[in-house]
Each structure stands twice: as structure tokens, then as C-alpha cells.
Design a protein around this ligand. Structure first.
Ligand code: GUN
Length: 283
């Protein structure tokens, strides 16, 4: 039997409707959820992501404002902008699009955003709170992945989840979220020896390496759940993931496509975090 495809596109549409309803309820109480985005420079991929965020906010009834600044902005000037947004009562979420130019410290920028407005979930305080299982803003891609698994009632407790990749924004936090759900978690990465021996034990396998066709069916056991976080362009310019989809589909029980899988969930959870932050501002 071929794997059931988990459509992030469908789940994102459904979740965005729920977020929109929550935004409407807030509006009725006089609070319009607000997201501020700072985009430094004109990198085409970053510009395209930011346009996607603006459109998604508009459709969900979230006020968004994008500050497009020159690549030559100084770190000090950028910190000042963040400080101003931290104090702005109409803004509930602040996002500085990454990556930043080399002369600006990403750590410093992230640590200056108020943890109460850190809808990316990147601030060390939010990461720390997540680690100890306290309420916090969760990083959007890992949050979206867990939401996808739960939407299909995939058992997390006691399952062996193997993560390939250890980035701060996907690999590390998705493992932590699954641990919080009582999964047994193993991380694999570029220095892992005998990777297939480990990945073949996975009930849930999450692949976030950024290499086209990295994972084929020889990496997985029969009926594993495979989540493809990769976003790569192939030689024809088409968007592809890290997984050889046609091969893995015949052996996995569930599989996410690229495009239309994890990608649409990331922005959705950003909208969710922003509305959640606006709700908290009422308390
Ligand atoms: N660049 C690529 N993905 C992201 C993201 O989720 N948040 C921010 N701030 N920058 C990104």
C-alpha cells in the first residue's frame, strides 16, 4: 500500500480559518492583532517569504507592517527599531527576517526582541521555556510539524522519532517538542556514523538537511512516518524536498509532499502565534 499523503496545504487552510475566527473575536473586543516584520536588504528568497507573510496576515485579519530597510543599516539602527516595536502596543509580534548581513549579529537582534513578542520562538528565553515544558512561543516550523502529526492521530508517546538535521530553527526544536510529547528522540547529523542503522529504527523520521534526494526507501523501515522539511530547487528550477518521494511513498505509512507539505504550516503557525500574543495582551 502506498503512503497516505499529509497535505500541509489543506491543514494550513483549515488552521488559518480558525486563526481568522480568533482574530475576529479579538477585533470585536477592540484589539487588532499586529505583526511587524523587518526585512533587511533585497534577497529574492527573503523578499518572497515576507510577501507571503503579508498576504497571509491580510487574509487572516491580522494587521501587518513591513519595514524594508537597506542592507547597509547599522546594527545600532536595527536595535533601535526593535526597541520601538517592543514598546508599540499595537504590535503583538515582531519578526526580523533571517539571514541578516554579516555586520549584524543575529544573536543580538533575536535577544533584543521582547520574548513576549517573539512570535518566531527564537529568543533564548522562549527556547529555554520550551525545553522545560513551560508555555512559550514555539518555533513555527517545528510547531507546524507536530500539528501535522497530531492531525492524523499519529501516536507520539513512546514512538521512536529520528531527526536528521540539528539546526536551531528546525532540527533541535522539533526533537524537543517530540520529547515533550513523550517520544523517544534520536538526532542524526553530518557526523553521524551508520546513519541508516539508526533511521531504520524510526517510527517517525524527520528530514531537514537541505539536499535533494537525500533520503530514499533504504533509510526507512516499513510503515514509518516520513516528514520532509527540505526546500530545494532542482536542476529544472522546480521546488523539491530532501526525500525521494516516489520511492519512499511505497514503503512509508504517511509522507509529506514538497511543495504543499511542511512549508504552508510554517506561516500558519506564525499567524497562530501572533493572534495568541494579542490574546495574551488582554490578560
Ligand atoms: N528565514 C527563513 N525562515 C525564517 C523564519 O521562520 N523566521 C525568520 N525570522 N526568518 C526566517
Amino acid at each position: 500500500m502506498s503512503a497516505e499523503i499529509i497535505s500541509g496545504k489543506e491543514l494550513a487552510a483549515q488552521t488559518r480559518l480558525e486563526v481568522k475566527e480568533a482574530a475576529e473575536k479579538l477585533a470585536a473586543r477592540g484589539v487588532i492583532p499586529g505583526l511587524a516584520v523587518i526585512l533587511v536588504g533585497e534577497d529574492p528568497a527573503s523578499s518572497s517569504y515576507v510577501r507571503g507573510k503579508e498576504k497571509a496576515c491580510r487574509e487572516a485579519g491580522i494587521h501587518s507592517e513591513v519595514d524594508r530597510v537597506s542592507v547597509q543599516i547599522t546594527e545600532q539602527e536595527l536595535l533601535k527599531k526593535i526597541d520601538k516595536l517592543n514598546k508599540n502596543e499595537n504590535i503583538h509580534g515582531i519578526l526580523v527576517q533571517l539571514p541578516l548581513p554579516e555586520h549584524i549579529s543575529e544573536d543580538k537582534i533575536i535577544e533584543t526582541i521582547s520574548p513576549d513578542k517573539d512570535v518566531d520562538g527564537f529568543h533564548p528565553i522562549n527556547i529555554g521555556r520550551m525545553m522545560i515544558g513551560k508555555e512559550s512561543f514555539l518555533p513555527c516550523t517545528p510547531f507546524g510539524i507536530v500539528h501535522m502529526l497530531k492531525s492524523k492521530n499519529i501516536k507520539l508517546e513512546g514512538s521512536h522519532a529520528v531527526i536528521i538535521g540539528r539546526s536551531n530553527i528546525v532540527g533541535k526544536p522539533v526533537g524537543q517538542l517530540l520529547l515533550n510529547e513523550n517520544a523517544t528522540v534520536t538526532y542524526c547529523h553530518s557526523r553521524t556514523r551508520n546513519m541508516k542503522e539508526i533511521t531504520r529504527q524510526a517510527d517517525i523520521l524527520i528530514v531537514a538537511v537541505g539536499i535533494e534526494n537525500f533520503l530514499d526507501s533504504t533509510f526507512i523501515k516499513k510503515d514509518a512516518v516520513v516528514i520532509d522539511v527540505g526546500i530545494n530547487r532542482n536542476t529544472e528550477g522546480k521546488l523539491v524536498g530532501d526525500v525521494n518521494f516516489t520511492d519512499v511513498k511505497e514503503k512509508a505509512s504517511f509522507l509529506t509532499p514538497v511543495p504543499g507539505g511542511v512549508g504552508p504550516m510554517t506561516i500558519t503557525m506564525l499567524l497562530y502565534n501572533t493572534v495568541n500574543s494579542a490574546e495574551k495582551s488582554l490578560n
